[in-house]
Design a protein around this ligand. Structure first.
Ligand code: AKB
Length: 318
């Protein structure tokens, strides 16, 4: 990676990945792509170039790639699972139409492409525990449909045209810089915000619902390490299971209470999010990522909780 375009640079992953890549490769080499209404601000704006790149506009992608001599594209544009159910047509247009645009530009301009997949690519028929790398998907959400199709399309562009496509299936990502919006796993971020503000948390996911989660520093490392990995060791490409921790609302609640014994939580289950969560795996088996490119998480629930609470309390002056 020398010159990188990040599409969706102001989102939950993009805002942190852009800064991390600028720290490694230099600010001038990492272009923050954004759409009007989601402009980069502060450090993100000042530390390197920014361009309007709407993933549904193939010309804007091609122009940015040409202008900055881009060799690697991080495609982070997507509607998360709950929003995608509310707007399935838009979710397809961004998730699949957008990916097609990115892959076409990458094919012509010879760029490598990273497009995250998700635990949401799996469905009700998938083995729930330690979900294998290669198994049945059959998701019944638009988010899942775009993720599985995106994996297949990315592999197609690799085998058919030699485009260097790579991907990981992200779990729910927990972070304190930019909040996620419209995901099923968002509760595991919101719970820390409530705790740090000293508020009671209303949990939209039922006790006993296990999902894989990951702290953002591990997720950023995964996104960078897979793009820097030696591809001769790859058996898979699109997309690798990666995992770090799996918990249900009771476990994260009790973990926060270890640090804040007065913290309170109440359940008000959201039927849409619960249905999506019930169709996802409890935990993934990430052996292939470990063997093929050395993936290894660094954070567990305790170290993540300690860091999240410290950062957010500092932000809220608590
Ligand atoms: C969501 O909940 O939609 C995302 C995901 C797991 O892909 N965080």
């Amino acid at each position: 990676m020398k010159n990188v375009l990040i599409i969706g640079s102001t989102g939950q992953i993009g805002s942190e990945l852009t800064m991390k890549l600028r720290g490694i490769y230099g600010g001038a080499n990492i272009v923050a792509g954004y759409i009007p209404g989601a402009e980069p601000k502060g450090e993100l704006l000042e530390s390197g170039p920014a361009e309007i790149v709407d993933i549904t506009n193939v010309q804007q992608i091609a122009d940015a790639v040409e202008k900055y001599h881009i060799d690697t594209i991080y495609n982070l544009a997507a509607l998360l699972s709950a929003v995608a159910e509310a707007k399935p047509q838009l979710a397809w247009k961004i998730g699949l139409g957008g990916l097609f645009n990115v892959l076409e530009v990458a094919r012509e301009k010879k760029c490598a492409v990273f497009t995250p997949s998700s635990i949401g690519s799996f469905g009700d028929d998938t083995p729930k525990d330690k979900t294998p790398q290669d198994t049945i998907h059959n998701p019944h959400t638009m988010y899942g449909v775009t993720k599985v199709s995106g994996e297949l399309l990315s592999d197609y562009y690799f085998y058919r045209f030699g485009v260097d496509t790579r991907s990981v299936r992200f779990p729910g990502l927990i972070s304190y810089v930019t909040p996620p919006g419209g995901g099923t796993t968002d509760y595991a971020v919101d719970i820390y915000y409530a705790a740090a503000k000293g508020e009671k948390f209303i949990c939209p996911i039922a006790a006993g619902t296990f999902m894989d989660m990951m702290y953002m520093p591990d997720a950023l490392r995964a996104a960078i390490e897979i793009m820097e990995a030696d591809p001769t060791k790859f058996i898979h490409r699109n997309s690798f299971n990666i995992a770090s921790m799996s918990f249900d609302p009771e476990i994260i609640y009790n973990n926060i209470r270890k640090f804040m014994p007065d913290f309170q939580m109440e359940y008000q289950v959201d039927p849409l999010r619960q249905k999506i969560a019930d169709s996802w795996p409890n935990s993934l088996d990430d052996t292939c990522a470990r063997n093929e490119w050395g993936w290894k998480p660094e954070y567990d629930l305790d170290t993540m909780t300690k860091d999240m609470l410290a950062r957010l309390k500092e932000r809220f002056g608590k």
